[in-house]
Design a binder for this molecule. Structure first.
Ligand SMILES: Nc1nc2c(ncn2[C@@H]2O[C@H](COP(=O)(O)OP(=O)(O)OP(=O)(O)O)[C@@H](O)[C@H]2O)c(=O)[nH]1
Ligand SMILES: [Mg+2]
Length: 417
Protein backbone atom coordinates (compact mmCIF):
# COMPACT_ATOMS: atom_id res chain seq x y z
CA UNK A 1 0.00 0.00 0.00
CA UNK A 2 1.12 3.52 -0.74
CA UNK A 3 0.44 6.03 2.03
CA UNK A 4 -0.64 9.58 1.34
CA UNK A 5 -0.45 12.26 4.00
CA UNK A 6 -1.40 15.86 3.64
CA UNK A 7 0.07 18.36 6.06
CA UNK A 8 -2.60 20.97 6.44
CA UNK A 9 -1.74 24.43 7.60
CA UNK A 10 -2.06 24.71 11.36
CA UNK A 11 -1.53 20.96 11.91
CA UNK A 12 2.19 20.80 11.25
CA UNK A 13 3.21 19.58 14.71
CA UNK A 14 1.73 16.11 14.73
CA UNK A 15 2.16 15.34 11.04
CA UNK A 16 5.14 12.99 11.23
CA UNK A 17 3.64 11.13 14.14
CA UNK A 18 0.39 10.70 12.24
CA UNK A 19 2.26 9.22 9.27
CA UNK A 20 4.03 6.77 11.53
CA UNK A 21 0.73 5.84 13.10
CA UNK A 22 -0.89 5.28 9.71
CA UNK A 23 1.95 2.96 8.74
CA UNK A 24 1.41 1.05 12.00
CA UNK A 25 -2.32 0.83 11.30
CA UNK A 26 -1.67 -0.53 7.82
CA UNK A 27 0.79 -3.08 9.17
CA UNK A 28 -1.63 -4.13 11.88
CA UNK A 29 -4.24 -4.61 9.17
CA UNK A 30 -1.87 -7.08 7.57
CA UNK A 31 -0.72 -5.06 4.57
CA UNK A 32 2.74 -3.86 3.55
CA UNK A 33 3.70 -0.23 3.20
CA UNK A 34 5.70 0.35 0.02
CA UNK A 35 6.16 4.07 0.29
CA UNK A 36 4.57 7.39 1.01
CA UNK A 37 3.65 10.61 -0.69
CA UNK A 38 3.30 13.79 1.30
CA UNK A 39 1.95 17.17 0.49
CA UNK A 40 1.47 20.56 2.12
CA UNK A 41 -1.74 22.42 1.52
CA UNK A 42 -3.75 25.27 2.91
CA UNK A 43 -6.92 23.24 2.88
CA UNK A 44 -8.22 20.06 1.24
CA UNK A 45 -9.34 20.15 -2.37
CA UNK A 46 -13.09 19.51 -2.52
CA UNK A 47 -12.89 17.16 -5.51
CA UNK A 48 -9.81 15.07 -4.81
CA UNK A 49 -8.42 16.22 -1.45
CA UNK A 50 -4.91 16.59 -2.90
CA UNK A 51 -5.67 18.44 -6.13
CA UNK A 52 -5.34 17.20 -9.70
CA UNK A 53 -1.61 17.69 -10.13
CA UNK A 54 -0.88 15.61 -7.06
CA UNK A 55 -3.21 12.84 -8.26
CA UNK A 56 -0.95 12.42 -11.32
CA UNK A 57 2.10 12.23 -9.07
CA UNK A 58 0.46 9.66 -6.77
CA UNK A 59 -0.49 7.54 -9.77
CA UNK A 60 3.07 7.55 -11.08
CA UNK A 61 4.55 6.72 -7.68
CA UNK A 62 2.01 3.95 -7.01
CA UNK A 63 2.78 2.35 -10.34
CA UNK A 64 6.52 2.68 -9.87
CA UNK A 65 6.33 1.01 -6.44
CA UNK A 66 3.83 -1.58 -7.65
CA UNK A 67 1.27 -0.68 -5.02
CA UNK A 68 -2.23 -2.05 -5.36
CA UNK A 69 -3.93 0.30 -2.93
CA UNK A 70 -3.51 3.92 -1.90
CA UNK A 71 -4.31 4.86 1.69
CA UNK A 72 -5.12 8.41 2.72
CA UNK A 73 -4.56 9.57 6.27
CA UNK A 74 -7.76 11.58 6.12
CA UNK A 75 -11.42 10.89 5.95
CA UNK A 76 -12.48 11.20 2.35
CA UNK A 77 -15.93 12.02 1.10
CA UNK A 78 -17.59 9.46 -1.19
CA UNK A 79 -17.07 11.80 -4.14
CA UNK A 80 -13.38 12.24 -3.34
CA UNK A 81 -12.85 8.47 -3.22
CA UNK A 82 -14.56 8.12 -6.56
CA UNK A 83 -12.48 10.84 -8.21
CA UNK A 84 -9.26 9.52 -6.72
CA UNK A 85 -9.91 5.94 -7.79
CA UNK A 86 -10.63 7.13 -11.28
CA UNK A 87 -7.55 9.33 -11.41
CA UNK A 88 -5.10 6.89 -9.81
CA UNK A 89 -6.58 3.75 -11.32
CA UNK A 90 -6.51 1.68 -8.17
CA UNK A 91 -8.32 1.15 -4.91
CA UNK A 92 -8.34 4.08 -2.52
CA UNK A 93 -8.94 3.67 1.22
CA UNK A 94 -9.05 6.17 4.02
CA UNK A 95 -7.86 5.88 7.63
CA UNK A 96 -11.31 5.06 8.97
CA UNK A 97 -11.63 2.09 6.63
CA UNK A 98 -8.28 0.72 7.82
CA UNK A 99 -9.37 1.05 11.45
CA UNK A 100 -12.71 -0.60 10.73
CA UNK A 101 -10.87 -3.43 8.99
CA UNK A 102 -8.60 -4.01 11.99
CA UNK A 103 -11.59 -4.01 14.30
CA UNK A 104 -13.31 -6.54 12.05
CA UNK A 105 -10.36 -8.95 12.13
CA UNK A 106 -9.71 -8.55 15.86
CA UNK A 107 -13.32 -8.92 17.01
CA UNK A 108 -13.76 -12.16 18.93
CA UNK A 109 -16.99 -12.06 20.87
CA UNK A 110 -20.38 -12.03 19.24
CA UNK A 111 -20.98 -8.58 20.65
CA UNK A 112 -17.76 -7.10 19.25
CA UNK A 113 -18.41 -8.68 15.86
CA UNK A 114 -21.90 -7.22 15.68
CA UNK A 115 -20.67 -3.82 16.82
CA UNK A 116 -18.02 -3.70 14.11
CA UNK A 117 -20.47 -4.85 11.47
CA UNK A 118 -22.90 -2.07 12.34
CA UNK A 119 -20.11 0.50 12.20
CA UNK A 120 -18.94 -0.80 8.83
CA UNK A 121 -22.40 -0.75 7.31
CA UNK A 122 -23.09 2.71 8.63
CA UNK A 123 -19.86 3.86 7.11
CA UNK A 124 -20.65 2.44 3.68
CA UNK A 125 -24.26 3.63 3.60
CA UNK A 126 -23.57 7.26 2.68
CA UNK A 127 -21.15 6.02 0.06
CA UNK A 128 -23.90 4.04 -1.57
CA UNK A 129 -26.08 7.09 -1.37
CA UNK A 130 -23.33 9.22 -2.91
CA UNK A 131 -23.16 7.01 -5.94
CA UNK A 132 -26.90 6.98 -6.16
CA UNK A 133 -27.14 10.76 -6.19
CA UNK A 134 -24.48 10.84 -8.82
CA UNK A 135 -26.36 8.43 -11.05
CA UNK A 136 -29.55 10.32 -10.51
CA UNK A 137 -27.86 13.36 -11.98
CA UNK A 138 -26.75 11.37 -14.99
CA UNK A 139 -30.23 10.05 -15.48
CA UNK A 140 -31.55 13.62 -15.33
CA UNK A 141 -28.97 14.88 -17.81
CA UNK A 142 -29.98 12.20 -20.27
CA UNK A 143 -33.27 14.00 -20.61
CA UNK A 144 -35.37 11.36 -18.96
CA UNK A 145 -36.33 13.73 -16.18
CA UNK A 146 -39.87 14.12 -14.92
CA UNK A 147 -42.17 11.70 -13.20
CA UNK A 148 -41.55 8.00 -12.94
CA UNK A 149 -39.24 7.73 -15.91
CA UNK A 150 -36.23 9.19 -14.09
CA UNK A 151 -35.02 5.93 -12.66
CA UNK A 152 -32.03 4.53 -14.49
CA UNK A 153 -31.11 0.86 -14.11
CA UNK A 154 -27.95 1.58 -12.13
CA UNK A 155 -29.80 3.76 -9.75
CA UNK A 156 -32.33 1.08 -9.07
CA UNK A 157 -29.62 -1.40 -8.13
CA UNK A 158 -28.03 1.07 -5.73
CA UNK A 159 -31.34 1.84 -4.19
CA UNK A 160 -31.77 -1.85 -3.55
CA UNK A 161 -28.27 -2.10 -2.07
CA UNK A 162 -29.01 0.78 0.17
CA UNK A 163 -32.21 -0.79 1.40
CA UNK A 164 -30.47 -4.08 2.05
CA UNK A 165 -27.79 -2.27 4.05
CA UNK A 166 -30.41 -0.40 6.03
CA UNK A 167 -32.39 -3.55 6.80
CA UNK A 168 -29.23 -5.30 7.81
CA UNK A 169 -28.31 -2.51 10.21
CA UNK A 170 -31.75 -2.70 11.80
CA UNK A 171 -31.47 -6.48 12.20
CA UNK A 172 -27.94 -6.32 13.62
CA UNK A 173 -28.90 -3.57 16.03
CA UNK A 174 -31.83 -5.60 17.28
CA UNK A 175 -29.56 -8.56 17.93
CA UNK A 176 -27.01 -6.31 19.61
CA UNK A 177 -29.61 -4.75 21.82
CA UNK A 178 -30.35 -8.07 23.48
CA UNK A 179 -26.70 -8.63 24.31
CA UNK A 180 -26.28 -5.00 25.38
CA UNK A 181 -29.20 -5.07 27.79
CA UNK A 182 -27.85 -8.19 29.42
CA UNK A 183 -24.38 -6.66 29.69
CA UNK A 184 -25.69 -3.41 31.12
CA UNK A 185 -27.53 -5.38 33.74
CA UNK A 186 -24.31 -7.22 34.58
CA UNK A 187 -22.29 -4.02 34.79
CA UNK A 188 -24.81 -2.33 37.04
CA UNK A 189 -25.27 -5.42 39.18
CA UNK A 190 -21.60 -5.50 39.98
CA UNK A 191 -22.72 -3.31 42.84
CA UNK A 192 -20.81 -4.40 45.86
CA UNK A 193 -17.32 -3.50 44.72
CA UNK A 194 -15.61 -0.40 43.50
CA UNK A 195 -14.88 -0.62 39.79
CA UNK A 196 -11.82 0.69 38.05
CA UNK A 197 -11.60 0.92 34.25
CA UNK A 198 -8.30 0.91 32.40
CA UNK A 199 -8.56 3.36 29.54
CA UNK A 200 -5.96 4.76 27.20
CA UNK A 201 -4.53 5.08 23.76
CA UNK A 202 -4.24 1.85 21.82
CA UNK A 203 -0.99 -0.02 22.61
CA UNK A 204 -0.44 1.93 25.85
CA UNK A 205 -0.17 -1.29 27.85
CA UNK A 206 -3.64 -1.57 29.39
CA UNK A 207 -3.86 -5.33 28.96
CA UNK A 208 -0.31 -5.78 30.26
CA UNK A 209 -1.27 -3.84 33.38
CA UNK A 210 -4.45 -5.88 33.71
CA UNK A 211 -2.46 -9.09 33.57
CA UNK A 212 -0.09 -7.72 36.16
CA UNK A 213 -2.69 -6.60 38.72
CA UNK A 214 -5.34 -9.27 38.24
CA UNK A 215 -3.03 -12.17 37.34
CA UNK A 216 -4.95 -12.74 34.14
CA UNK A 217 -3.78 -13.87 30.74
CA UNK A 218 -5.24 -11.26 28.39
CA UNK A 219 -3.69 -11.11 24.92
CA UNK A 220 -0.88 -8.57 24.77
CA UNK A 221 0.57 -7.60 21.42
CA UNK A 222 2.63 -4.87 19.87
CA UNK A 223 -0.28 -4.17 17.58
CA UNK A 224 -3.06 -1.64 17.59
CA UNK A 225 -6.50 -2.60 18.92
CA UNK A 226 -5.60 -6.02 20.32
CA UNK A 227 -8.38 -5.79 22.86
CA UNK A 228 -11.91 -5.26 21.64
CA UNK A 229 -13.80 -6.94 24.43
CA UNK A 230 -13.86 -5.60 27.92
CA UNK A 231 -13.10 -8.15 30.57
CA UNK A 232 -13.52 -7.56 34.25
CA UNK A 233 -11.39 -9.23 36.91
CA UNK A 234 -10.72 -8.89 40.59
CA UNK A 235 -7.76 -6.76 41.62
CA UNK A 236 -6.62 -7.17 45.22
CA UNK A 237 -4.91 -4.00 46.30
CA UNK A 238 -2.06 -4.21 48.79
CA UNK A 239 -3.78 -3.11 51.97
CA UNK A 240 -6.66 -5.47 51.46
CA UNK A 241 -9.23 -3.64 49.37
CA UNK A 242 -10.72 -5.62 46.50
CA UNK A 243 -11.79 -3.83 43.35
CA UNK A 244 -13.14 -4.91 39.97
CA UNK A 245 -10.86 -3.89 37.11
CA UNK A 246 -11.95 -3.74 33.46
CA UNK A 247 -9.63 -3.73 30.50
CA UNK A 248 -11.15 -1.76 27.61
CA UNK A 249 -10.89 -0.99 23.92
CA UNK A 250 -8.00 1.32 23.11
CA UNK A 251 -8.65 4.79 21.76
CA UNK A 252 -6.94 6.60 18.90
CA UNK A 253 -6.97 10.14 17.62
CA UNK A 254 -9.99 10.80 15.45
CA UNK A 255 -11.56 7.50 16.48
CA UNK A 256 -14.29 6.94 13.88
CA UNK A 257 -17.48 8.09 15.52
CA UNK A 258 -19.40 5.09 14.15
CA UNK A 259 -17.13 2.94 16.27
CA UNK A 260 -17.64 5.03 19.39
CA UNK A 261 -21.38 4.80 18.86
CA UNK A 262 -21.54 1.07 18.23
CA UNK A 263 -19.07 0.23 21.00
CA UNK A 264 -21.09 2.25 23.45
CA UNK A 265 -22.25 -0.85 25.30
CA UNK A 266 -18.70 -2.18 25.64
CA UNK A 267 -17.61 1.20 26.89
CA UNK A 268 -20.23 1.10 29.63
CA UNK A 269 -17.53 -0.33 31.84
CA UNK A 270 -15.95 3.09 31.53
CA UNK A 271 -19.19 4.98 31.98
CA UNK A 272 -20.12 3.21 35.23
CA UNK A 273 -16.62 2.93 36.71
CA UNK A 274 -15.81 4.62 40.01
CA UNK A 275 -12.31 5.47 38.87
CA UNK A 276 -10.59 5.62 35.49
CA UNK A 277 -6.95 4.69 35.20
CA UNK A 278 -5.71 6.52 32.15
CA UNK A 279 -2.74 4.44 30.98
CA UNK A 280 -0.21 6.34 28.87
CA UNK A 281 2.76 4.99 26.92
CA UNK A 282 5.26 7.47 28.33
CA UNK A 283 7.88 6.30 25.84
CA UNK A 284 5.73 7.34 22.86
CA UNK A 285 6.97 10.38 21.01
CA UNK A 286 3.58 11.99 21.01
CA UNK A 287 2.42 11.04 24.50
CA UNK A 288 0.75 14.43 24.95
CA UNK A 289 -1.19 13.98 21.70
CA UNK A 290 -2.28 10.55 22.93
CA UNK A 291 -3.46 11.95 26.25
CA UNK A 292 -5.47 14.63 24.45
CA UNK A 293 -7.02 12.10 22.08
CA UNK A 294 -8.11 9.92 25.00
CA UNK A 295 -9.56 12.94 26.79
CA UNK A 296 -11.52 13.78 23.64
CA UNK A 297 -13.08 10.30 23.51
CA UNK A 298 -13.88 10.43 27.23
CA UNK A 299 -15.62 13.70 26.59
CA UNK A 300 -17.67 12.06 23.85
CA UNK A 301 -18.67 9.43 26.39
CA UNK A 302 -19.53 12.24 28.84
CA UNK A 303 -16.93 10.91 31.26
CA UNK A 304 -14.76 13.98 31.48
CA UNK A 305 -15.78 14.69 35.07
CA UNK A 306 -15.08 11.21 36.34
CA UNK A 307 -12.35 10.64 38.86
CA UNK A 308 -9.25 9.91 36.81
CA UNK A 309 -5.74 8.85 37.58
CA UNK A 310 -3.01 9.31 35.01
CA UNK A 311 -0.61 6.35 34.85
CA UNK A 312 2.63 6.72 32.93
CA UNK A 313 3.58 3.27 31.69
CA UNK A 314 6.63 1.84 29.89
CA UNK A 315 9.00 3.86 32.04
CA UNK A 316 11.61 1.19 31.26
CA UNK A 317 11.41 2.11 27.58
CA UNK A 318 11.77 5.88 27.92
CA UNK A 319 14.81 6.87 25.90
CA UNK A 320 14.78 10.63 25.85
CA UNK A 321 14.94 11.60 29.54
CA UNK A 322 14.79 15.32 28.75
CA UNK A 323 11.62 14.99 26.76
CA UNK A 324 10.15 12.78 29.45
CA UNK A 325 10.90 15.38 32.12
CA UNK A 326 8.87 17.90 30.13
CA UNK A 327 5.95 15.48 30.05
CA UNK A 328 6.35 14.74 33.74
CA UNK A 329 6.25 18.43 34.65
CA UNK A 330 3.18 18.94 32.59
CA UNK A 331 1.32 16.17 34.44
CA UNK A 332 2.83 16.18 37.91
CA UNK A 333 0.11 13.98 39.41
CA UNK A 334 0.87 10.98 37.23
CA UNK A 335 1.94 7.66 38.72
CA UNK A 336 4.98 6.07 37.06
CA UNK A 337 5.06 2.37 36.33
CA UNK A 338 6.35 -0.32 34.05
CA UNK A 339 3.59 -2.86 33.66
CA UNK A 340 5.96 -5.20 31.88
CA UNK A 341 8.65 -5.13 34.58
CA UNK A 342 6.26 -4.71 37.48
CA UNK A 343 7.77 -1.45 38.71
CA UNK A 344 5.70 1.12 40.55
CA UNK A 345 2.92 -1.27 41.48
CA UNK A 346 2.97 -0.38 45.18
CA UNK A 347 2.45 3.31 44.56
CA UNK A 348 -0.26 2.52 42.03
CA UNK A 349 -2.12 0.37 44.57
CA UNK A 350 -1.73 3.04 47.20
CA UNK A 351 -3.00 5.81 44.97
CA UNK A 352 -5.97 3.75 43.76
CA UNK A 353 -6.87 2.87 47.35
CA UNK A 354 -6.56 6.53 48.31
CA UNK A 355 -8.80 7.68 45.48
CA UNK A 356 -11.43 5.10 46.32
CA UNK A 357 -11.17 5.92 50.00
CA UNK A 358 -12.54 9.35 49.16
CA UNK A 359 -15.71 7.68 48.02
CA UNK A 360 -16.40 6.14 51.38
CA UNK A 361 -19.24 7.54 53.45
CA UNK A 362 -18.86 8.70 57.07
CA UNK A 363 -21.46 7.43 59.47
CA UNK A 364 -21.94 7.61 63.19
CA UNK A 365 -24.24 5.26 65.04
CA UNK A 366 -25.13 3.69 68.32
CA UNK A 367 -25.04 -0.07 68.55
CA UNK A 368 -26.22 -2.09 71.48
CA UNK A 369 -23.40 -4.23 72.85
CA UNK A 370 -25.77 -7.14 72.48
CA UNK A 371 -26.21 -6.64 68.73
CA UNK A 372 -23.53 -9.07 67.68
CA UNK A 373 -24.73 -9.26 64.11
CA UNK A 374 -24.45 -5.57 63.42
CA UNK A 375 -21.08 -5.35 65.16
CA UNK A 376 -19.80 -8.21 63.06
CA UNK A 377 -21.14 -6.58 59.91
CA UNK A 378 -19.30 -3.37 60.75
CA UNK A 379 -16.12 -5.21 61.56
CA UNK A 380 -16.29 -6.90 58.19
CA UNK A 381 -17.34 -4.02 55.97
CA UNK A 382 -16.43 -0.76 57.61
CA UNK A 383 -13.37 1.02 58.87
CA UNK A 384 -14.20 2.03 62.41
CA UNK A 385 -12.52 5.32 63.24
CA UNK A 386 -13.89 5.91 66.73
CA UNK A 387 -15.58 3.73 69.31
CA UNK A 388 -16.65 4.64 72.84
CA UNK A 389 -18.72 2.67 75.27
CA UNK A 390 -21.73 4.55 76.59
CA UNK A 391 -23.61 2.37 79.05
CA UNK A 392 -25.11 -0.52 77.14
CA UNK A 393 -24.20 0.82 73.70
CA UNK A 394 -21.22 1.54 71.54
CA UNK A 395 -21.01 4.98 69.98
CA UNK A 396 -19.28 4.28 66.70
CA UNK A 397 -17.89 6.45 63.96
CA UNK A 398 -16.98 4.60 60.79
CA UNK A 399 -16.25 4.95 57.10
CA UNK A 400 -17.81 2.53 54.65
CA UNK A 401 -18.72 2.04 51.03
CA UNK A 402 -21.87 3.82 49.83
CA UNK A 403 -23.73 0.59 49.15
CA UNK A 404 -23.08 -0.62 52.71
CA UNK A 405 -24.18 2.72 54.07
CA UNK A 406 -27.44 2.60 52.19
CA UNK A 407 -27.98 -0.98 53.26
CA UNK A 408 -27.61 0.02 56.89
CA UNK A 409 -30.00 2.86 56.32
CA UNK A 410 -32.54 0.58 54.66
CA UNK A 411 -32.45 -1.94 57.48
CA UNK A 412 -32.73 0.84 60.02
CA UNK A 413 -29.37 -0.11 61.43
CA UNK A 414 -27.96 3.36 61.50
CA UNK A 415 -28.60 6.96 60.70
CA UNK A 416 -26.34 7.95 57.82
CA UNK A 417 -24.70 11.32 58.10
N1 LIG B 1 8.78 -1.74 27.35
C1 LIG B 1 7.55 -1.92 27.79
N2 LIG B 1 6.62 -2.41 26.97
C2 LIG B 1 5.38 -2.58 27.45
C3 LIG B 1 5.01 -2.24 28.78
N3 LIG B 1 3.70 -2.48 28.94
C4 LIG B 1 3.25 -2.98 27.76
N4 LIG B 1 4.25 -3.05 26.86
C5 LIG B 1 4.18 -3.54 25.47
O1 LIG B 1 3.33 -2.70 24.72
C6 LIG B 1 2.61 -3.47 23.76
C7 LIG B 1 1.12 -3.23 23.91
O2 LIG B 1 0.69 -3.74 25.14
P1 LIG B 1 -0.83 -4.11 25.43
O3 LIG B 1 -0.94 -4.44 26.87
O4 LIG B 1 -1.33 -5.09 24.44
O5 LIG B 1 -1.50 -2.69 25.15
P2 LIG B 1 -3.05 -2.30 25.16
O6 LIG B 1 -3.11 -0.93 25.74
O7 LIG B 1 -3.84 -3.36 25.83
O8 LIG B 1 -3.34 -2.23 23.60
P3 LIG B 1 -4.71 -2.45 22.78
O9 LIG B 1 -5.52 -3.50 23.45
O10 LIG B 1 -4.21 -2.86 21.45
O11 LIG B 1 -5.37 -1.11 22.75
C8 LIG B 1 3.00 -4.91 23.97
O12 LIG B 1 4.01 -5.23 23.04
C9 LIG B 1 3.52 -4.91 25.39
O13 LIG B 1 4.46 -5.94 25.63
C10 LIG B 1 6.04 -1.71 29.63
O14 LIG B 1 5.85 -1.39 30.79
N5 LIG B 1 7.27 -1.57 29.07
MG1 LIG C 1 -5.28 -4.52 25.14
Amino acid sequence: MLLVGVELKGHEGDFEERQRELAMLVKTAGATVVGQVIQRREKPDAGSYVGEGKVVEIKAKAEELEADTVVFDHDLSPAQVKNLEKGIGMKVLDRTEIILDIFATHARSKQAKLQVEVAQLEYTMPRLRGQWQHLEKIAGARGTSGGMGTRGPGEKQLEVDRRIARDQIVALKRELKEIDTRKTREVKARGENFTVALVGYTNAGKSTLMNRVAHTDVLVEDKLFSTLDTKTHTWKLRGGMKVMASDTVGFIRALPHHLVASFHATLEEVIYADLLLHVVDASARDAVGHIEAVDAVLKKLKCEDKDRLLVFNKLDAVKDRMEYEVLRRRFPGAIEISARMGNGMESLDEEVAGRLDRRLVDISLEVSVADGRLLAYLAENARVTERTLDGEAWRIKARLAPWHASKLQRTGGAPVK
